[in-house]
Design a protein around this ligand. Structure first.
Ligand SMILES: *Cc1c(COP(=O)(O)O)cnc(C)c1O
Length: 374
C-alpha cells in the first residue's frame, strides 16, 4: 500500500471510464427549454445518446423538459420500469410492435402509415383503452413518416378511429433534414409542408394540440419551426449541430495507462507498422480501442491528454488498445489519460474525435462500448 501511495499517480482507476456531468445536462436543458418557447421533449433514445437514458431523462425533467422521446417501445417501457412516469412518445416501431404494451404503459406512439394505424387500433380495441397517437408526416427526408401523397388518407383513417374511440390524435410531427444549416431553403420547404400537413389534418376534423417539428438544431436557430413542442436530444448532452450556441459537453472518457516502454528510433508500432518512431521515445498503452468506440479511422490523427499534455495516438487503433507517444513525459502505469471531455483542461473533445474520424459527435458519444465502466 505504501509503495502504491508513493507513486506519483494522477488517478488509480483500473478501467476505462465514462463520466457524465449531470450539471451540464441540467444547464443545457434549461437553455433549450428557454429557446423552445413551448414544451420541451427530452429525446433519450440510444441510451440517452450514450449518457444513460434514465439519468438524462430525470435530469432533463427536473430542468424544464416535460416530455420524453424515444425510438422503440422497448426503450419507453425500460424508462417506465425505472419509475419514470412523464409523458412519453415512441416514434419508430414496426406495425407488429407491441402497441398494447405501449397503451397499457401510457406511452404515446407515432403513426407513420395506415398499416401502423391499423395495428394501433387493433391493440387499443384489445386493451379497451384509447391509444394516444402522433401522426408523423415526412416533410422532406424520405425516411420515417407518411409520404405527402398518403397523408390525407392517413388523416381520414385516423379521424375515423378517433370517432370510433380507439385512438386520440394528440399530435402531428415532422423532422427536418437540414436544420443544421439555418437559412437553407430546404428548411422553408419543410416548414411549409408541415403547415400543409396540419391544415389537412384539421380539414379531416383532427385537432392535435401538439405540433412538433424542431429537434436541437431548429430549436436553437429557427423560431418558425418550434410550434408547440421541441424534441431535443443532442443538445441536452452538449452537442450543437449548428455551431451557434455554447452548450456544455456532458461526457468525459478516461482510461488508465496499462504499461509504459522506452523505445529506440526506428521502432514500428502496431498493426501494419503504420507509424515508426523517428526518435527515441516513450510509449504508453491504453486499454481501449475501436470495440470501445474509438473510431479506427481516427488513427494517425487522434490525441489524448496525459499529465496535462496533449499527446498523439500512434499506429493503428486496435480493437482493444491504443498506443500513445508520450515523448519525454514521465508517465506511470495506472495514471489516467483523458480521451475526450468538455475541453476545460486541454483534453480533446468528442467534436475533435469526430473531426479526426470523419464523423459527427453524435456517433462518437453513442458509440462507447459496454466494456467501459459507467
Ligand atoms: C433523434 C431525433 C430527434 C432528436 O434530434 P436531435 O438533433 O438529437 O435533437 C428528434 N426527432 C426525431 C424523429 C429523431 O429521430
Amino acid at each position: 500500500m505504501t509503495a502504491l501511495l508513493a507513486e506519483p499517480v494522477v488517478g488509480t482507476r483500473a478501467r476505462p471510464q465514462l463520466q457524465v456531468d449531470l450539471a451540464a445536462i441540467a444547464g443545457n436543458t434549461r437553455l433549450l427549454a428557454d429557446r423552445s418557447g413551448g414544451a420541451l421533449m427530452a429525446v433519450v433514445k440510444a441510451d440517452g445518446f450514450g449518457h444513460g437514458a434514465g439519468r438524462v431523462a430525470r435530469t432533463a425533467l427536473r430542468n424544464g423538459a416535460s416530455w420524453l422521446g424515444v425510438t422503440s417501445i422497448d426503450e419507453a417501457l425500460a424508462l417506465r420500469l425505472e419509475g419514470i412516469d412523464a409523458p412519453m412518445l415512441s416514434w419508430l416501431n414496426t406495425p407488429d410492435a407491441d402497441f398494447g404494451a405501449a397503451i397499457a404503459a401510457g406511452v404515446d406512439v407515432a403513426v407513420p402509415s395506415r398499416a401502423h394505424l391499423a395495428a394501433v387500433v387493433a391493440a387499443a380495441a384489445r386493451t379497451s383503452r384509447a391509444a394516444r397517437v402522433h401522426l408523423h408526416l415526412d416533410v422532406g427526408m424520405a425516411r420515417d413518416g407518411a409520404a405527402p401523397a398518403d397523408w390525407s388518407r392517413l388523416c381520414h383513417a385516423a379521424r375515423r378511429a378517433e370517432v370510433a374511440g380507439t385512438v386520440r390524435v394528440v399530435g402531428v410531427m415532422g423532422h427536418l433534414a437540414r436544420a443544421d444549416r439555418p437559412g437553407h431553403p430546404a428548411n422553408g420547404v419543410a416548414r411549409e409542408r408541415f403547415a400543409w400537413g396540419i391544415a389537412v389534418a384539421r380539414r379531416h376534423g383532427l385537432r392535435p394540440p401538439l405540433r412538433h417539428l424542431a429537434a436541437t438544431a431548429a430549436t436553437l436557430t429557427d423560431p418558425l419551426s418550434r410550434h408547440t413542442l421541441c424534441r431535443v436530444g443532442a443538445g441536452l448532452v452538449g452537442i450543437d449541430p449548428t455551431g451557434t450556441t455554447p452548450l456544455r459537453p456532458a461526457m468525459t472518457l478516461t482510461a488508465p495507462v496499462v504499461s509504459v516502454r522506452d523505445v529506440p528510433a526506428g521502432t514500428p508500432v502496431g498493426y501494419g507498422h503504420t507509424w515508426v518512431a523517428d526518435r527515441a521515445t516513450r510509449l504508453a498503452l491504453l486499454p481501449l480501442g475501436y470495440a470501445d468506440g474509438l473510431p479506427r479511422s481516427a488513427s494517425g490523427r487522434a490525441e489524448v491528454l496525459l499529465r496535462g499534455c496533449r499527446r498523439p495516438v500512434v499506429g493503428t487503433i486496435s480493437m482493444d488498445q491504443v498506443v500513445v507517444d508520450v515523448g519525454s513525459l514521465t508517465v506511470r502505469p495506472g495514471e489516467v489519460a483523458t480521451v475526450f471531455g468538455p475541453g476545460d483542461t486541454g483534453e480533446p473533445t468528442a467534436a475533435e474525435w469526430a473531426l479526426w474520424s470523419g464523423t459527427i459527435e453524435h456517433e462518437i458519444v453513442t458509440g462507447i462500448g459496454s466494456r467501459v465502466a459507467r
